[in-house]
Design a protein around this ligand. Sequence first.
Ligand code: 8NA
Ligand code: MG
Ligand code: MG
Length: 345
Amino acid sequence: GVPASLSRFRGALVAAVLGDCVGGEFEGAEEVPMESVLQHLNSLNDETKGNGILEYSDDTAMARCVVQSLLTHAGFNEQDMARRFSKEYSASPGRGYGSGVIHVLKKLASPQLSDVYQPARNQFNGRGSFGNGGAMRASPFALAFPDIASVKRFARLGAMLTHSCSLGYNGAVLQALAVHLSLQGALDLPQKFINTLITEMEEVEADEAARNDARILKEAEKPFCERLHRVRDLMDRSKVSIEEVISELGNGIAALHSVPTAIFCVLHCLQPQECFPESYGGVERTIAYSLALGGDTDTIACMAGAIAGAHYGIKAIPQTWIKFCEGAEDADLNAERLHMMYHQL
Ligand code: 8NA
Ligand code: MG
Ligand code: MG
């Protein structure tokens, strides 16, 4: 497809919502047989049901705030984005937020707050959260800003409103970069795609704060780069089991254990495979595979969905799935608005 076409924007934003909605079924499950995944996804083809019966969770709730804020200000405004997060949380607190981040969201509601980044810095005894909550809502930054420097800068700042640990906000940078590249058609050359991500993250993780956090948490010197090298090694193998993917990359709620995993899901599902029905296109394969990993399935499928959707475009998304998922039609409309913003900046 054409780089940065409307179809890619729609695919990215809609598939992220679908991943969140259909992934909710298995969130936190330790083992998820592919058979159960296919059964669950098959139930979405029943045309007599539908109309948004699968609800979205925190992932989509916060991504919608990011989108609305970026569109309203034609750019990044931290006060406005923070206010939208806290308003959304107080309106619908039951969307499955992490147990730490809810304290930040409550503090962000205070009108006396002068520094909107402060509540996030106070998390976990001042170390900040390394959860994937910054990364799960990072895709819209790649759909709003055409230049890579802005994507990196604003994905980072947007995540820091709740996640001040570099292992949290750098996961958001990586997720936004993956969507940015996919939007340009970079997944046509998967090796080059992963190498470009590694090169970009080398620079991102050279930062003093990142090195310090990695040291304290006893991670590799450049944790995301190390994980991306593992992704590249797994890509080169002819057969990889679900167990190996989980043990090498993880399926948990830390950004480090989920963003590289989501990227691997997309790369692994670029070609048709025996375990999927023949009728499945790339977006269906990617989401199904993400769910079969278990763990934080809604968030991994949401992030993988955004990257895959930006590659395959809206035509690869089944209409029946859209009908079943709350917020999918809204995402489609917002994608059009972001597409305009991207091409005007
Ligand atoms: P968060 O910031 O509360 O982080 C999530 C969790 O990670 C925390 O509750 C802690 O247990 C742990 N954590 C993060 N940083 C640190 C630290 N520095 N030291 C010790 N522990 C830490 O929430 P979030 O916005 O990052 O959300 C992450 C995930 O939680 C999302 O996937 C979201 O959907 C949610 N969630 C996940 C599950 C699941 O079973 N996978 C269930 C409900 C909610
Ligand atoms: Mg969620
Ligand atoms: Mg989740």
